[in-house]
Design a protein around this ligand. Structure first.
Ligand SMILES: [Zn+2]
Ligand SMILES: [Zn+2]
Length: 135
């Protein structure tokens, strides 16, 4: 097939998306090339330069959920953790709270630990009285 390069129309659209994360700037470059041949065939090709957040490959801003409230780093939909206080945290900052089987932020983790300590403490003190009342 004869293909005259000169009669081809080429449109290249480059789109850069910059995302700031702390001191770092991530760039996702999306390049869309459209080739229109003289016969009217349209061919489009898209190349996307992706970036890595942690060990997750991100090739679209839509994959980014937001920023970690604790460390300020970007969070993807895959590594986001939401504490019951509403804080969005990354996997590195999240603590696992076994009692509720859920991730919590470091502040809530400390508070929960304290609460658990005091509730078990009061339980220890009060339990002999509770048992006596039952008899
Ligand atoms: Zn974090
Ligand atoms: Zn929290």
């Amino acid at each position: 097939m004869y293909f005259d390069k000169k009669s081809q129309k080429r449109h290249t659209k480059t789109q850069n998306q910059e995302i700031k994360s702390g001191d770092e700037i991530f760039t996702i470059q999306r390049k869309q090339t459209t080739l229109i041949s003289d016969t009217g065939d349209i061919e489009t090709e898209e190349t996307v330069q992706s970036m890595m957040i942690g060990d997750i490959k991100v090739d679209s801003v839509s994959k980014i959920f937001g920023k970690c409230h604790d460390c300020g780093l970007l969070i993807t939909y895959l590594n986001k953790r939401i504490c019951f206080c509403g804080k969005i945290i990354c996997t590195n900052c999240a603590e696992w709270w076994d009692d509720d089987n859920r991730p919590v932020c470091s502040i809530c983790y400390k508070a929960l630990k304290k609460k658990k300590f005091w509730s078990s403490f009061w339980h220890l003190i009060l339990s002999p009285f509770i048992e006596r009342r039952e008899n």
